[in-house]
Design a binder for this molecule. Sequence first.
Ligand SMILES: [Fe+2]
Length: 389
Amino acid sequence: MLAVILAPFYLALNYYLYKRSFSWLTVCIHIIHPDKIRFCYRILYWITGFSLLIAFVLPQSRLQRIFKILSNYWIGIFFCALFLAAAGDLIGLFIPKKDQSILAAAGVMILAAVLVFTVYGSIHARHIDTTDYVVTVDKACAGRKELRVALVADLHLGYNSGLSQVKKIVKQINQGKPDLVCIAGDIFDNEYRAVKDPEKIEKELGKIQSTYGTYACWGNHDIGEKILGGFTFGTKKASDNDRQMEELLSRSGIRLLDDKTILIDGAFYLAGRKDSSKARKIGELRRGAKDLLKDCDLTKPVIVMDHEPKEFKQLSEAGADLDLSGHTHDGQIFPGNKPSRMAGPHTLTRRSSVHAALAGLVDGSLTADLPREDSMCLQNNLWEVPPLV
Ligand SMILES: [Fe+2]
């Protein structure tokens, strides 16, 4: 519904960008002359502008994949160009005498900036950083003084993230020599069919090594839905897509915790929550924090995976010591990352807690109690990948 409401705005902003870029092009081609350029530009612009819709309506094919990837890049390019064009127009209000050379020069600068941002963003999106956190939980953990937890979230496997990204992530996880690996949702990007080489990806995920294994919970995008410009068009029930997603995890040796809590090695608990958004869409009820942890011996550490970082208070009151989440993507891109980071620590208990929201395709957030004596140290490695422009 929101997509339908926003569609006229998208069209209007596209029209504005088209007009501005066309004016610039008109000035330029006045200099270099080829008249057919105008016609070609019109066609090219609107095919690209409508690439989201074209990819949405095309049947599954190579052409549809090309349009989908094009539209994903276009979203970034569009907002970057729109922002710069609007800034240029604002600056233009203060320039009393504008001639065509100023417009031509401004256009060249905007085009160059968009190109630089796009190339930089594309390279940056494929780079993986890790962030280390040391979190101390004030509970004894049988036989262990330290637990190394690798947290990964928001892989969004699909058109723009695939085998090569998974290979890098698996390599980094294994280099960290974790005891436990948690994948906190949004493993897929709504369309299972978008995953290229699923057999190779499941083989790769199966190479993750840790003492206690790899566990996952679902995120809001781990559901078979059609997606248009980031907006999903829902389903009322679990689809074949969902089953394929689950089967891929299972074949990779990844254990799905879908509103389940398990005791690991008799030492600590790990719970995985249903994603609230996915549960609502497919008509399932998500267990409350108290219900989920009701059978836990709260003298042992309790770790919870919950894709969306919320319900800290309820989780804390139910006995959770650590909440591992993803979803925020660190505000996606600048300046969205600013309010996301300013949100700072969230409160998990009355004492204190830490929260870290990370960037990008693989991101995570973490909440935990701060140190007290005789405590167990949970070292969390969070993989950080900035998003595509
Ligand atoms: Fe999410």
